[in-house]
Design a protein around this ligand. Structure first.
Ligand code: PLP
Length: 470
């Protein structure tokens, strides 16, 4: 379509086609078969606005019908994509909070499908036909795996802590070591959650050293419980001293006060020989900690959930608290959690089938084999340099903050696009590929990339470099 040029030598924007006229074209007819009319009209308007801006700034000099409809089709296709979608995690961070933390085991996915796609006995007692409790779903297996008397599941660990403090410490005081007044992931801060739970924080000791005598001096008539927080995402090193769990439990007993521990990551397994470990939940139970809270989607490798295990009387007080209803987990999370926990009955099986555990323990030679396959598929793409390099992956999610997991990455450099631009284009794809940038190159860390995703990354790069041009 020819575009009249006005006196200034600029395209005449008034001469752009009207939406009504565009709707009558054959190209639009094809789209109207696939998409609702309102959606097509919206895309036409948006593409027209883009066209107008491009003509005004001189990016285009004429209106081109083919280019215009390519734009419209791209917009409509993008509109079909869910806001929440699968991505390929090539960052090497296994528990990446921004990328959804733990991918679920197949058994957990099956359980979600079964529980969510049909009716279930979520709150129905099959023996008596009376109303049951969703709480019985994961409680028995949690007790079995941790040795605790009772267990309770809520939405996430922040909710478990809020509920524990609200039910057990509201109106009273909670002494916490100054070395444990931590912030986890921006919005969860121990002092804030204590205040929100209606309790007063009593700071004990110093940032680097806290002794049992400091706790003892802080205990008064209003003290409701003693709180211990696992410093998930950092370590205090150097001239430090912290009170051992058993000592704190002893102090609690002598004052008739429960000890609550925020363990952060719910590690249920002793580490395989030679591998570093987070403290296990069972160790905390065995040491006599009265109540322990942890996440379901960190090292445990299950769905987002907050789990509290411990003494029955404390768990019962949490269960009866009015907040329980607001914090209760949904059936999909419960189904996934129970199925994940079942895998733990056999630790060998858990390490094979729970993706987080598998990625943590995979021998570096196997990671290297995947890296070799990806590198082989990328070498020879036009204008691309690719090589396999040794690197370190990380557990992430505030777990094992200092441990580096040996890994392999494929580092790429494109002739026509810098690493930031390449990363941006990979993020813009229907299945985004998220890598990391180091020393001017884009890295794909293979520890967090599953076998079938190797070919997906290769295909994405092929398309970027041969079709769109990078
Ligand atoms: C991660 C973490 C939390 C928050 O857990 P969510 O399940 O993300 O709510 C609380 N405390 C500690 C120590 C943590 O590591």
């Amino acid at each position: 379509m020819d575009q009249p040029i006005n006196a200034l030598g600029r395209p005449d924007l008034r001469a752009l086609p009207q939406v009504q006229k565009l709707l009558e074209t054959a190209a639009a007819a094809g789209l109207l078969v696939r998409y609702p009319r309102s959606v097509v009209v919206k895309a036409l308007r948006a593409a027209l606005a883009g066209e107008r801006a491009a003509l005004r700034t001189g990016l285009y000099s004429v209106f081109d019908m083919d280019r215009f409809f390519t734009d419209v089709r791209r917009m409509l296709a993008a509109g079909e994509l869910s806001a929440l979608r699968r991505v390929i995690n090539a960052t090497g961070i296994i528990l990446h909070t921004n990328l959804g933390r733990a991918p679920l085991a197949d058994a957990a996915l099956d359980a979600v499908r079964a529980a969510a796609g049909a009716y279930s006995n979520l709150e129905y007692d099959l023996e008596t036909s009376a109303r049951g409790s969703r709480m019985r779903v994961a409680e028995p297996i949690l007790c079995e795996l941790t040795g605790a008397e009772a267990a309770l599941v809520v939405n996430n660990n922040a909710a478990a802590m809020l509920l524990a403090l609200s039910a057990l410490a509201s109106g009273g005081e909670v002494p916490v070591s100054r070395g444990e007044l931590v912030e986890i992931g921006g919005s969860f801060r121990i002092p804030d959650i204590i205040r929100q739970g209606g309790a007063r924080l009593v700071e004990v000791g110093t940032t680097n050293r806290t002794r049992l005598a400091d706790y003892a001096a802080a205990i008064g008539a209003d003290t409701r419980l003693l709180l211990k927080v696992h410093p998930s995402n950092y370590r205090v090193t150097g001239f430090t001293e912290e009170v051992a769990r058993a000592e704190l439990v002893g102090l609690g007993r002598s004052h008739d006060l429960p000890v609550l521990e925020d363990l952060g990551s719910g590690n249920l397994l002793e580490p395989p020989p030679g591998l570093p470990a987070e403290p296990t939940v069972r160790a905390a139970v065995t040491a006599g900690v009265d109540l322990i809270c942890f996440s379901g989607d960190k090292l445990l490798g299950g769905p987002q959930a907050g789990i509290a295990v411990g003494r029955r009387n404390l768990i019962d007080r949490m269960r009866r608290h009015p907040l329980m209803r607001a914090l209760r987990p949904d059936k999909m999370a419960l189904a996934a959690l129970e199925a994940t926990l079942r895998l733990y009955r056999d630790p060998v099986r858990a390490r094979k089938e729970v993706p987080v555990l598998r990625m943590l323990a995979e021998p570096v030679e196997e990671v290297a084999a995947r890296a070799g396959r990806l590198c082989g598929a990328l070498i020879g793409l036009p204008g691309l340099e690719a090589e396999t390099i040794a690197t370190d992956a990380m557990a992430g999610g505030g777990s094992l903050p200092e441990e580096r997991l040996p890994s392999r990455a494929v580092a790429v450099r494109a002739a026509t696009a810098g690493p930031e631009e390449l990363a941006r284009r990979l993020r813009a794809r229907p299945i985004p590929v998220i890598g990391r940038i180091a020393a001017g190159r884009l890295l794909f860390d293979l520890r967090t990339v599953a076998e079938p995703e190797v070919e997906e990354i290769a295909a994405a790069m092929r398309e970027l470099l041969t079709e769109g041009g990078a």
